[in-house]
Design a protein around this ligand. Sequence first.
Ligand SMILES: [Zn+2]
Length: 292
Amino acid sequence: MKNILALLLISFNWLLYANQWESKSIDTSAVNALTTLVQANPAFSASILEEHYIDKDTGGLAILGSRLTTPENLKSLYSSIKEEDWSNIQHCASYLNDLDEKATSIRSKLAKLSNTSLSGVKIYGVMGAGNTAATASPTGVVLGLELICLEDAQETSMKRKLEDYITHELVHVLQFRLTKRTNFNFNLLEISLLEGSADYIAELIAGTAYTLNDDRAEFGLGKNRQLITDFKATMLSSDFSPWLYTDVDSMPRDMGYWVGYQIAKAYVENGGSIVDLLTMENAEVILKKSAL
Ligand SMILES: [Zn+2]
């Protein structure tokens, strides 16, 4: 009976949260629902998780798609999170909520810069499967707080990081909205340019405060020519190693983002338009105009 009452309370809380967030651009109702569930019922099962968390999704979990994995896998991940980390995650969700106005301002700056509407785009803070810090769809952005929020609990730096993730992912929404492609199998050059453009435009919005490219930028200092020559050797292949999604000893993870950033920046500085950069009809034409 106690469990049923706890679950009724969770469902009621979810409804309250869902209504409260309807008019806002940021929705962290999933994090609140999950933390309430775990606190009310520490021995929660995979099926409870499915019924009271996954099935009550307000939109963010759907964006993760198959990356959300299975209720069994999520149960094992969430059961392993320590009490103090749950508290960090809750704080982090409230920092994200504080950024609602900021997110609206970023959204309108990006829309103006790209002449492309970002209306109706929601930003979801969720608890995912520990495999995706942030991703986007044509209608929304999702931040995986189970990854982002465990790195650092300090309010100012966490808000900075959340803001950077939001801007980077909103650029991906613009790319979704502008592309004319129907085939989304990208080669190394294309995917690096998609990511590097997101970093470049997010940096245009945030100025020097943008943080997500810092480690790569530091590594790339003074090595531009060599790194770009090495990158070009395999850029038309779909083998992304060592540039993307692989840990290697020779360079920071995802240096392809940095190469893409260099191309995007040089392209715009050579007179290329932001809209053409984001539409990316032909990545090789963009590279050529960048003169790198
Ligand atoms: Zn990205």
